[in-house]
Write a protein that binds this ligand. Sequence first.
Ligand SMILES: C[S@@+](CC[C@H](N)C(=O)[O-])C[C@H]1O[C@@H](n2cnc3c(N)ncnc32)[C@H](O)[C@@H]1O
Length: 245
Amino acid sequence: MNRETISLLAHADHPIAAPLDDTSVRLLLERAVRGGDERLLDLGCGTAPWLLRALAAHPGVTGAGVDTSAEALELARAAAEQAGVGSRLRLHRRDAVGFTAAEPFDVVLSVGAGHAFGGLLPTLDAARALLAPGGRVLAGEAFWLREPSAAARELLGDCQDLAGTMAEVAAHGWIPVFGHISTRQELDDYEWCWTGSLAAWALDHPGEPGSAEALAASAGHRTQWLEGYRDSFGFVTLVLRRTDE
Ligand SMILES: C[S@@+](CC[C@H](N)C(=O)[O-])C[C@H]1O[C@@H](n2cnc3c(N)ncnc32)[C@H](O)[C@@H]1O
């Protein structure tokens, strides 16, 4: 069972593949999509939950999603058809790094996919290259709630505390016009969903080849979360505009 499949099973019961609940996703989208006729781009869209919600809420919005996972994009395509928004969604299976388009986008999203670019600032640089004048970026990234253990740093890579993150974002010419810091409940719900959905799938499919592996991955992830990073992992999602727009 590859990492993509494990990730899709693990995210099956959560609104998006990041620690945000339905209300937070809705409020962030309301601040990012203001007019209802925007062109949206999601870099690292996964199953495209952000785009699908925006398309369903605004009949005039069009969306493009970029991801390397064929499985995730197939689920996105099927969900878009089911929701009747398929004609307004284009999906690109390719590396989001270096993605180009003939026309710029009014809103560029990238939530939980910063590792593809090497962190939040390079993600914002990539978004900026694709953003129309006056456009908004909706980006979600990890930060340290408190000094991480060596194990947490090893697992999650390098990031800053929230104040340091925001100082860097501002120094790069971005102004937050809205933001959401994932609550303890959102952070914990996300991990319970991740580990629980994967374990439930394994228990429901005892004869499948990947079943034992999925159960082990669930247990391993739970140990890493509880013993490694639960106390230090935070997540912030920002709606940003340029200072020089
Ligand atoms: C944690 S998921 C987030 C998905 C989605 N943004 C969401 O909020 O539900 C990260 C996604 O980034 C995708 N990804 C990772 N590296 C990528 C790359 N270099 N180019 C495009 N997508 C990438 C993964 O396939 C995965 O779907």
